[in-house]
Design a protein around this ligand. Structure first.
Ligand code: VGL
Ligand code: ZN
Length: 202
């Protein structure tokens, strides 16, 4: 068992991010066994769930003439457009059936406002609207967080960067993550995490 000030945060291991899903991450399901095992080592386990309304502004389908993986400038900054994914209440938004969910004390949903995306577990993509997670961790005495899940270069990286920015000790277990790697995003986000002091381990 790890010290009680440490939490495991499992990012977006949902059907749509696994093979066969709408925004499948290569090998996304390969990490589940290890993630399930890690849950037994942490006193605090948190899951995140990407949770979009059908009219979400991150979906290319809601921008006539735009295709998935193109970029758009929103009021809060640049936004990548995605295939429709993780729509509230659909099978694609459910956790992968092999992922253990019983050990989790908190499931945090994000990206539920139509007008703004939320990669990070801590802030929406304006980098300032809070999800409330930092308050929960503070109240529980958590000062160190370990991230695993999908996708390494989007929701995992954004979450880890925000954790470091908020003064938490942040660690990513790369072997328990898989990435999308769009336009060099993997190398760029790895560099950003390293520069921010996020511990990158296998
Ligand atoms: C994610 C793209 C869009 C992720 C979520 O979980 O990394 N990526 N929505
Ligand atoms: Zn999403």
């Amino acid at each position: 068992m790890r010290p009680v000030n440490e939490a495991l945060i499992v990012i977006d291991i949902q059907n749509d991010f696994c093979p066969g899903g709408a925004l499948a991450v290569a090998g996304g399901d390969e990490i589940i066994k290890r993630v399930n095992g890690l849950m037994d080592e942490f006193a605090t386990v948190i899951l995140t769930q990407d949770w979009h309304p059908a009219d979400h502004s991150s979906f290319a389908s809601n921008h006539p003439g735009k295709a998935p993986f193109e970029a758009l400038t929103m009021s809060y900054g640049p936004q990548t457009l995605w295939p429709d994914h993780c729509i509230q209440g659909t099978a694609g938004a459910e956790f992968h059936p092999d992922l253990r969910t019983d050990p989790a004390q908190l499931i945090i949903r994000k990206g539920f406002r139509a007008g703004i995306d939320s990669y990070s577990a801590f802030f929406e993509n304006d980098r300032s609207t809070t999800t409330g997670l930092i308050g929960y961790l503070g109240a529980r005495g958590v000062t160190a967080v370990t991230f695993v899940g999908l996708a390494t270069d989007y929701c995992v990286a954004y979450s880890a960067l925000d954790a470091a920015r908020l003064g938490l000790r942040a660690r990513v277990l790369l072997g328990a993550c898989r990435g999308i790697d769009l336009g060099g995003s993997m190398a760029r986000m790895m560099d950003e995490m390293r520069a921010a002091g996020v511990a990158l381990e296998e």
